[in-house]
Design a protein around this ligand. Structure first.
Ligand SMILES: Nc1ncnc2c1ncn2[C@@H]1O[C@H](COP(=O)(O)OP(=O)(O)OP(=O)(O)O)[C@@H](O)[C@H]1O
Ligand SMILES: [Mg+2]
Length: 261
């Protein structure tokens, strides 16, 4: 076991610095192009100002640059806010966070955050098109864009800092917390559950829960987390924990008739 660690460390230490890109590839640029924040969007110059230094190098540099609530999530994603960007949320990986699992290629890779972020934007747009298709007015989504972190500023180059090229900037929605959201689920009728089910079914949602689809004080259900999971991990959701008993039973009927075993 010890040998494996020594070998791994040696491999990392002997990897040439040039192994890490300093610019995204043309293929990556093409992939993110449809989702980039427009040049004339009001937050663009503010982000440019913040990222005139390598703000996302580490948690410390994010903090120094003014970002708040810097608690990395399970997979290393940092969901944060900045006082100069009221009304917006930033989702970013630090430069040290180079080995996140890539759902698309099923491997641990560097500089692949664009795949996850494009996935989140595509999923967001898919959910929006489904909501529009049915004309559901009870559901909302935050707008999201990809911001290209200026590439002129490099992280301190060493083998633990792998430069990230992109982050997500999203409209911050006023959402209720998971406990409050569960209280609202007790107040909706069966028709509401059916509508939610149709969005779930058509968008093949995964990681469904009261921290990812949250009610707002205005009574809308906001689809906050639009992470695009691999199709292969989709499993029909039984007895959603956040629904009250009678809605769970109705949901299970819908699941049974839609996804027969
Ligand atoms: N646009 C938004 N408006 C308001 N709150 C948000 C927004 N985006 C994220 N949040 C808050 O941040 C939390 C985490 O965001 P999100 O669910 O997108 O990350 P995540 O993909 O779940 O990360 P992980 O799955 O790695 O834990 C959400 O549950 C929500 O409370
Ligand atoms: Mg989430």
């Amino acid at each position: 076991m010890k040998r494996i660690w020594i070998l791994l460390t040696l491999t990392i230490l002997t990897t040439p610095l040039s192994a890490w890109l300093i610019e995204p590839t043309d293929e990556t640029k093409e992939m993110v192009a449809p989702y980039l924040i427009p040049e004339d969007h009001p937050v663009k110059p503010i982000l440019d100002e913040i990222f005139s230094v390598r703000a996302s190098e580490t948690l410390t540099s994010l903090r120094k640059a003014g970002f708040m609530n810097l608690q990395p999530r399970k997979r290393g994603l940092i969901v944060t806010e900045h006082p100069s960007l009221p009304g917006y949320i930033i989702k970013v990986y630090c430069d040290y966070s180079g080995h996140s699992y890539n759902q698309f290629t099923k491997s641990y890779q560097m500089q692949d955050e664009h795949l996850e972020f494009v996935g989140r934007l595509e999923k967001r747009n898919l959910i929006e098109s489904i909501i529009d298709h049915y004309g559901f007015e009870e559901f909302i989504l935050p707008k999201k864009w990809i911001y290209p972190i200026p590439t002129e500023v490099n992280p301190l180059h060493n083998h633990t800092r792998i430069k990230k090229f992109y982050l997500i900037v999203a409209e911050k929605l006023d959402i209720l917390d998971p406990f409050e959201t569960r209280e609202i689920w007790k107040q909706v009728d069966q028709d509401y559950i059916h509508k939610f089910f149709l969005v779930y079914r058509d968008a093949r949602l995964q990681d469904v829960g009261s921290a990812n689809q949250c009610f707002t004080p205005s009574g809308h259900l906001a689809f906050i987390d639009t992470k695009d999971w691999s199709e292969e991990t989709f499993k029909p959701l039984k007895s959603p924990y956040f629904l009250p008993y009678e809605h769970k039973m109705y949901w299970n009927q819908l699941i049974k008739s839609t996804f027969p075993e």
